[in-house]
Write a protein that binds this ligand. Structure first.
Ligand SMILES: *[C@@H]1O[C@H](CO)[C@@H](O)[C@H](O)[C@H]1NC(C)=O
Ligand SMILES: *[C@@H]1O[C@H](CO)[C@@H](O)[C@H](O)[C@H]1NC(C)=O
Ligand SMILES: *[C@@H]1O[C@H](CO)[C@@H](O)[C@H](O)[C@H]1NC(C)=O
Ligand SMILES: *[C@@H]1O[C@H](CO)[C@@H](O)[C@H](O)[C@H]1NC(C)=O
Ligand SMILES: *[C@@H]1O[C@H](CO)[C@@H](O)[C@H](O)[C@H]1NC(C)=O
Ligand SMILES: *[C@@H]1O[C@H](CO)[C@@H](O)[C@H](O)[C@H]1NC(C)=O
Ligand SMILES: *[C@@H]1O[C@H](CO)[C@@H](O)[C@H](O)[C@H]1NC(C)=O
Ligand SMILES: *[C@@H]1O[C@H](CO)[C@@H](O)[C@H](O)[C@H]1NC(C)=O
Ligand SMILES: *[C@@H]1O[C@H](CO)[C@@H](O)[C@H](O)[C@H]1NC(C)=O
Length: 704
């Protein structure tokens, strides 16, 4: 599909060479390039502070944490060279001229750039990271596509050569580390393979993995040449000759010593009005991805794709050939999310949902075997914890919407550890390991303590899963622990002791109104769980307790005399307020515990405390959380809902942050808050799918 683009036509008519790019549906703080797992997570920084505004040429792609992951693109048209990706310098040290970016657009799975090259040819550059929630084989591959289509636009044929490389910066977060590499072919592909020379299994530097092989591949042909070597040498070969000498540099050395790059050049010959495609793939192969302390003890877990492929090269061959199928599957998901989102709350809402999918899915990885599969999640940027319950919780609407079975697989390690008797506390564990990829568990019970928070979250998610799948056996299997957590909530949720909620950056607090509500909803959820599993007495008991508690909570947690009235941040503190996002679960689960008057009250209140880019999380700070805003929005009146959505969509377009979407930002400056860690690339952005998992929402996952 090609776009006829007005700025291009105008610029060629009036000779303007620096047309501004369009950004559709928004210009995010970072544009997703190869975003498929915690370790394959490369973005183009776009925000004001350090990004270049979203232009692929002239700026280096970065790993989510901020360090450069050089990925270069060059093109020669009738002998004139241009950069289309990266900040490439020629041999003489000056910048190589850049193509003119006309348009950028994103969907749930793709970033697409349209470039004009000297008014002669157009490039359509597609970065596709497939998301296949129902197809575990495809989802398990840590690979991403780059397709470049070149077409003549001026009615003449042009002599075109295309070039792209990655650098050794991809293989380790420590630029002093020695990389090694090789080039080889399969029956169809030409590929470069690069790795940290000394493999350090399961270890990270600056969040990059220190083990595994990166594969950078394209179709082998007579017109393809390759080269490995120093960046200036390899790119210089292409700039002067339009081809590479098919040579390998064997001087394995530190990444930052004469930066080794792995290049491909393709001679496209004479390019006319029929587009010519060149497809590249980039990916990471690790035989073992995770260490997990489950019922078999602390064991390495194989990457799930190992169950489907005998070797790395089988996997890269298959993935390359799968492009058209994979593109179709991704396009289906793209259009479902787009139309469900527009149907639920309009295009601005679609701007949020479609931007969140790749980021959220890239925080998880499928491991184990096809018989015993696990999903492990990294709490990216905040602390690296694994399968954090209060990170899964905001993320879980995306899984309910796309495939609720993924939620069960993601929760499985939490059940396995706690039901195996390897966690001593009577409340739910916070996470299964302090740092990805080592899920050591917490046999000493000294994980970050969020007792009411995590008990409520587990009860709510267990019921939500069963409501979406009808699999009540799930609740029977986990009944004992669910009841234990409920008993904890019965004693600790109405008057919550000083503790952390999920918003731990805001500190400890007693009597948190929103946290108490979560606990009470958890008890109400257990009433339903007991009912569904035939436990009549428990059903009656927990339902009654939750109804009693909610009445008491209304007395304790509302500033009734305020104008307008609203819930407080903490009991009795009538001058405080906060986002009452936990109310969402009452509606999500159809518990009918919270009276409609509370929903209405909050809907009327939020617009009175709206900042420039949204409603602050609470009265302590001007910052907010985008995921929780969207939970509050989902159950607000339509006008208040649309206010939240419009503010968040505006923030995405205007924020000075320049890394993958933050869920924590200042509602006045739009920047990272000054007094918290920077939250980047976290999976919690999946929480924007809140609207699409409410009862009766158009886009439910069931059956899909
Ligand atoms: C530097 O090299 C680039 C291409 O590599 C070329 O376009 C430019 O003219 C050169 N500049 C000088 C001053 O030689
Ligand atoms: C990076 O590698 C160098 C050289 O091996 C080493 O001295 C240094 O400690 C490493 N830094 C980190 C953060 O691993
Ligand atoms: C995981 O554990 C291994 C030892 O098994 C250790 O070398 C590695 O540094 C740990 N990784 C992280 C990220 O802490
Ligand atoms: C360009 O190609 C010629 C002949 O193929 C070769 O002699 C020359 O070294 C190449 N130049 C570069 C910069 O690679
Ligand atoms: C795994 O869990 C067991 C049982 O709780 C514990 O004894 C052991 O220390 C844990 N292993 C690691 C590597 O943390
Ligand atoms: C109701 O549940 C509470 C808390 O688990 C328990 O203490 C109480 O005995 C239960 N009552 C009945 C009638 O089961
Ligand atoms: C918490 O709320 C309870 C019930 O209103 C009250 O007795 C207690 O003093 C409160 N604690 C604080 C620190 O306000
Ligand atoms: C579950 O709830 C329904 C509707 O309130 C009720 O008819 C049924 O008896 C309950 N079942 C159990 C096992 O509590
Ligand atoms: C807060 O407001 C409630 C009524 O909404 C009132 O009963 C209570 O006394 C007020 N507390 C304070 C400290 O003013």
């Amino acid at each position: 599909m090609r776009l006829i683009h007005l700025p291009l036509l105008l610029s060629s008519i009036i000779g303007v060479t620096t047309a501004a790019s369009s950004f559709t549906p928004a210009r995010p703080p970072a544009l997703p390039l190869a975003v498929k797992s915690p370790y394959l997570n490369t973005w183009l920084p776009a925000g004001r502070d350090g990004g270049n505004g979203g232009y692929l040429a002239g700026e280096w792609p970065i790993f989510w944490a901020g360090q450069v992951a050089a990925w270069a693109g060059l093109i020669r048209v009738d002998g004139d060279a241009y950069t289309w990706m990266g900040a490439v310098r020629g041999r003489n040290g000056s910048d190589v001229q850049t193509v003119t970016q006309i348009a950028y657009s994103y969907t749930s799975t793709k970033s697409v750039f349209t470039m004009d090259v000297g008014g002669k040819v157009e490039m359509s550059i597609t970065f596709l990271s497939p998301v296949t929630p129902h197809d575990y084989k495809r989802q398990s591959l840590i690979f991403s596509y780059l397709n470049v289509e070149v077409t003549s636009t001026d009615g003449s044929e042009h002599d075109v050569q295309l070039y792209s490389d990655i650098s050794a910066e991809w293989v380790s977060g420590n630029r002093s580390d020695i990389a090694s590499w090789d080039h080889d072919t399969t029956s169809t592909l030409s590929y470069h393979r690069a790795r940290r020379q000394e493999q350090l299994a399961y270890s990270e530097v600056s969040d990059q993995s220190q083990w595994g092989d990166y594969y950078w591949a394209t179709e082998d042909s007579e017109t393809l040449t390759f080269q490995s070597g120093g960046d200036a040498v390899v790119r210089g070969s292409f700039l002067s000759n339009g081809s590479l000498p098919d040579t390998k540099d064997t001087n394995f050395r530190p990444i930052n010593e004469d930066y080794p790059v792995f290049g491909f050049a393709k001679d496209l010959g004479n390019v006319g009005s029929a587009g010519i495609d060149t497809l590249f793939t980039i990916g990471l192969c690790q035989d073992y991805a995770i260490q997990f302390n489950g019922s078999d003890g602390y064991q390495p877990q194989p990457s799930l794709w190992k169950s489907y492929f005998d070797s790395d090269t089988d996997a890269i061959d298959w993935f390359y050939q799968d492009y058209s199928t994979s593109s179709e599957m991704s396009a289906e998901l793209d259009s479902k999310i787009q139309s469900d989102s527009v149907g639920a709350a309009g295009q601005k809402y679609a701007t949020l949902t479609t931007l969140s999918v790749l980021q959220a899915f890239a925080a998880i990885q499928l491991v184990g075997t096809s018989e015993k599969m696990y999903i492990f999640q990294k709490e990216i940027s905040s602390n690296g914890n694994m399968n954090t319950v209060d990170v899964i919780f905001p993320f879980h609407p995306l899984l309910l919407y796309t495939n609720p079975e993924l939620l069960a697989i993601l929760l499985e390690p939490l059940w396995e550890i706690q039901e195996g008797g390897n966690y001593p506390n009577k409340y739910s564990m916070h996470d299964i390991g302090a740092h990805y990829p080592n899920a050591t568990g917490h046999p000493d019970g000294l994980d970050e303590e969020m007792p009411v928070e995590e008990c409520g979250n587990m009860l709510i998610m267990a019921l939500a899963y069963v409501q979406h799948t009808g699999k009540t056996d799930y609740l029977k299997a986990h009944y004992k622990l669910l009841k234990q957590w409920t008993q904890f909530l019965v004693s600790d949720s109405l008057i919550p002791a000083s503790q952390l909620s999920t918003d731990d950056f805001a500190g400890h607090l007693e009597n948190q109104t929103n946290l108490a509500l979560k606990g009470i909803i958890g008890i109400g959820a257990m009433g339903q769980i007991a009912n569904l599993t035939g436990n009549t007495e428990d059903a009656a008991n927990y339902t009654a307790i939750s109804r009693d508690y909610i009445e008491k909570w209304e007395d304790l947690g509302i500033a009734k005399n305020a104008n307008p009235p609203h819930t407080t941040l903490a009991y009795g503190q009538n001058k405080t307020h906060g986002l009452l996002y936990n109310i969402f679960s009452d509606r999500q689960l159809s518990l009918d515990l919270v009276p409609q008057s509370i929903y209405d009250m909050q809907s009327e209140f939020y617009p009175t405390v709206e900042g420039r880019y949204g409603v602050p999380l609470d009265t302590r700070h001007s910052y907010t959380k985008g995921d929780w805003e969207m939970w509050a929005a989902a159950v607000s009146s339509s006008s208040t809902r649309d206010m939240f959505i419009a503010d968040l969509a505006k923030w995405i377009n205007e924020t000075p942050t320049n890394k993958a979407l933050s869920d924590l930002y200042d509602t006045e400056t739009g920047d990272y808050p000054v007094d918290t860690p920077q939250f980047i690339a976290r999976p919690v952005v999946g929480g924007v799918f809140s609207l699409l998992v409410l009862p009766g929402a158009a886009g439910g996952s069931s059956g899909a």
